[in-house]
Design a binder for this molecule. Structure first.
Ligand code: ISE
Length: 342
């Protein structure tokens, strides 16, 4: 049984699929200063199962009732991508802090509405679940680049592979659902804006339908004479892998994998590859939740991605979609960062 204490933040979770349930269980087991007060899912049985796993007293049948319930102090949104922005706006309408899974929205217009709503409130209440920012391997590369030890970065090389196509094989969706992570990682690791993108895509297996574009190659020009390339391949079969390498004037830095045993046996050397992001980024998810809860409770600023970061990533994603469709390079117009996000 989970013991509730007075200084625990009461959190409501919308969407209890793989990610939402993982957040629920992580809050329950690993974040002492929070408790899951309520869950909602479009599938009531799934909501009940998640509630049972995290000791939540209530499974709601209406997401808006959950958001507006006075017992819910903060909200996590892990529902299908296209529903994110609407729920975030509902949270903002009652000034509730919200951690929204990426992407912040599936259209640029919806992401802009969130940024405008926060600006109107004059307060940052939205956090976006771009968890690589809490991954020790990515943090190590970022610190190294920031230290200047390697000199000026010239190239970002990213790899992002899913074992199986998550839920939609169209290139547009792969860009919004998966590549958004890599785009944010470029912004965050290098502190530079993406100015131009060129994206090509193919279908990896003939057995996939003609609408499938599961292998994408992104090329980008950043400000500051730096380039980026990212392979996003969502049907890699063998496992889930993400890496980011920075090539700089005096050397390179690449993210490692979380500690895994290196095995020698029967004339081979091997190390396991994670199955999916829940396995690969578990440490990062816990760190992200812990810091978010602390930021809500103390008022200190959240160290992860803001609504602005989510919006900025989506602007580039949208340019990538246009490039994929036109098979031409697309420029990304410069952005003015509003005061509330400085
Ligand atoms: C998935 O939705 C995620 O959020 C994972 O972090 C990402 O790596 C994967 O490609 C997405 O499909």
């Amino acid at each position: 049984m989970h013991v509730t204490t007075a200084n625990q933040l009461s959190i409501g979770i919308i969407g209890t699929g793989g990610m939402g349930t993982r957040h629920a269980v992580n809050l329950h087991k690993h974040v002492g200063r929070a408790r899951v007060a309520a869950v909602y899912d479009a599938d009531p049985e799934r909501a009940r199962l998640a509630a049972a796993q995290c000791g939540a007293p209530a499974a709601f049948d209406d997401p808006l009732r959950l958001i507006h319930d006075p017992a819910v102090e903060a909200v996590i949104i892990a529902s299908p991508d296209a529903t994110h922005a609407g729920y975030v706006l509902d949270c903002l309408s009652c000034r509730k802090p919200v951690l929204c899974e990426k992407p912040l929205a599936t259209t640029l217009e919806d992401a802009a509405k969130v940024v405008e709503a926060e600006q109107a409130l004059g307060q940052r209440l939205v956090a976006v679940g771009l968890m690589r920012r809490f991954d020790p391997q990515h943090m190590a590369v970022r610190n190294l680049v920031a230290s200047g030890q390697l000199g000026r970065p010239i190239l970002y090389k990213g790899v992002h592979r899913n074992a199986t196509i998550p839920y939609d094989s169209r290139g547009e969706v792969v860009l919004t659902n998966s590549a958004g992570h890599d785009i944010d990682a470029i912004h965050w690791l290098l502190g530079q804006e993406i100015e131009e993108v060129y994206v090509l895509g193919v279908r990896s297996h003939e057995s996939f339908g003609p609408e499938t574009t599961d292998m994408l190659l992104l090329q980008m020009a950043l400000g500051g004479d730096c380039l980026a390339t990212v392979e996003v391949y969502v049907a890699a079969e063998y496992g889930y892998e993400v890496s980011a390498e920075i090539v700089a004037e005096h050397g390179t830095a690449i993210t490692g994998q979380p500690d895994r045993a290196f095995v020698r046996s029967t004339q081979s050397r091997s190390t396991a590859v994670p199955m999916d992001w829940l396995e690969r980024f578990q440490e990062a998810y816990i760190a992200e939740l812990t810091q978010w809860v602390r930021s809500v409770q103390t008022g200190e600023s959240f160290a992860g991605a803001s609504a602005w970061d989510g919006y900025r990533a989506l602007r580039v994603t949208e340019a990538c979609v246009r490039s994929l469709q036109s098979r031409k390079p697309v420029a990304v117009q410069p952005l003015f960062r509003p005061e509330v996000y400085r």
